[in-house]
Design a protein around this ligand. Structure first.
Ligand SMILES: O=C(O)CCC(=O)C(=O)O
Ligand SMILES: [Fe+2]
Length: 360
């Protein structure tokens, strides 16, 4: 299999909805692991999200964004929202340009939906619930990809109130402006992307931009910053060496918490490849002659989680932390500020490297 087929291969999740089928599950876990190591992106099919729902969501989203702007502006986010739920527009010109509507979990007081098209709210809410279900499956699969018991990610963070869904709209490229979403990494643990049939999403690999071609019925998944940090500090540093440390064969009971697991078994484990899962740099190019719609669902951490290297991986391993500790919600706030400023240079945008401790 050549490299690029790792991101176009349609990974069939059917076995994860049925008891047994262990060989089939293992094959999928291996393919996802390879895709995550190489690109941080993969595509899934038979994920359980109905095609008529995704098609309807895209259709309604197009109708919303193509309607007169004054109506959309009525859905402006509330000033104190943790994430700007409602309608937003990136300034134009800027180094990225798009319009988007953010939805927080169902029932959030910050959610603001347009009255028109009338079904948009209902369909977005249903899409949110469906994405949440598939995220739980992906979360288990990714834990396995990391060579960990299936519930480790869930045990680490089970607060789903920080997840959000975005409906995105990109106008056609102009002579001068082609960038729809400038090159970035996602803040989330991982992200699900639903693309319409119009290409534009690209991932950076070895300095080149590679298209994530839309495929009918497929959902794109990409790794985010939080999982990269988790890998760096919770998993990668500790579970180095082999893909499946033999210790897990002995741990057939549920594992309480990644920290406990690490502190009690750290010395038995070999060292995994240090850069296993990366939060990939990606961007969206605006298409020629037509607009593009997509939905992204961010599977986040609780904002109150202190993201920092655990002592087991720093002090106890005589490793220096690579990042200063920070509250996840502070990072989200900074990323929110990025979006509202008219940043014209990528280096002025706050990313996870803001917290990096320079190497001596
Ligand atoms: O529109 C897309 O395909 C992806 C957008 C994206 O990368 C994001 O919202 O973080
Ligand atoms: Fe993204």
């Amino acid at each position: 299999m050549n490299d690029q087929s790792l991101i176009s291969e349609q990974l069939d999740l059917t076995p994860f909805f049925i008891e047994g089928y262990e060989d089939e599950k293992r094959k999928i876990v291996d393919s996802i692991t390879k895709a995550c190591c190489e690109y941080g992106f993969f595509q899934i099919v038979n994920h359980g999200v109905p095609l008529d729902l995704t098609s309807q969501a895209i259709k309604l989203s197009k109708a919303f964004f193509e309607s007169p702007n004054e109506a959309n502006l009525k859905c402006c986010p509330l000033p104190n929202a943790p994430v700007p739920a409602g309608y937003n527009k990136k300034p134009n010109p800027s180094y990225g340009f798009n319009e988007y509507l953010i939805m927080l979990p169902h029932g959030s007081d910050f959610n603001i939906f347009p009255a028109d098209p009338p079904l948009f709210q209902e369909v977005m809410e249903e899409l949110f619930s469906q994405f949440l279900k598939i995220m739980m499956v992906v979360e288990r699969v990714l834990s396995e990809c990391l060579g960990l018991p299936p519930c480790v990610l869930k045990d680490f963070n089970n607060d789903r109130s920080w997840d959000f869904l975005i409906a995105l709209f990109y106008l056609p490229a102009t002579e001068k402006e082609k960038i729809g979403a400038s090159s970035h990494k996602d803040v989330s643990c991982f992200t699900i992307v639903l693309q319409d049939e119009v290409a534009g999403l690209e991932v950076q690999k070895d300095g080149e931009w590679i298209l994530i071609a839309p495929q009918l019925g497929a959902l794109v998944v990409n790794i985010g910053d939080a999982l990269q940090l988790g890998c760096d500090f919770c998993w990668k540093l500790a579970f180095g060496g082999e893909m499946r440390p033999p210790i897990f064969d002995e741990l057939n009971t549920s594992v309480p918490h990644v920290g406990d697991l690490v502190s009690s078994h750290m010395h038995d484990l070999r060292i995994l490849t240090n850069d296993k899962f990366k939060s990939p740099t990606h961007r969206v190019l605006r298409p020629n002659g037509r607009s593009r719609n997509s939905f992204t669902f961010f599977y986040s951490l609780s904002g109150d989680k202190l993201v920092q290297p655990l002592p087991q991986f720093t002090k106890e391993m005589a490793e220096k932390p690579k990042y200063v500790p920070f509250l996840y919600k502070e990072y989200i706030q900074k990323r929110k500020e990025n979006k509202s400023k008219n940043i014209t240079r990528l280096e002025d945008e706050i990313t996870i490297s803001h917290y990096a401790i320079p190497e001596e």
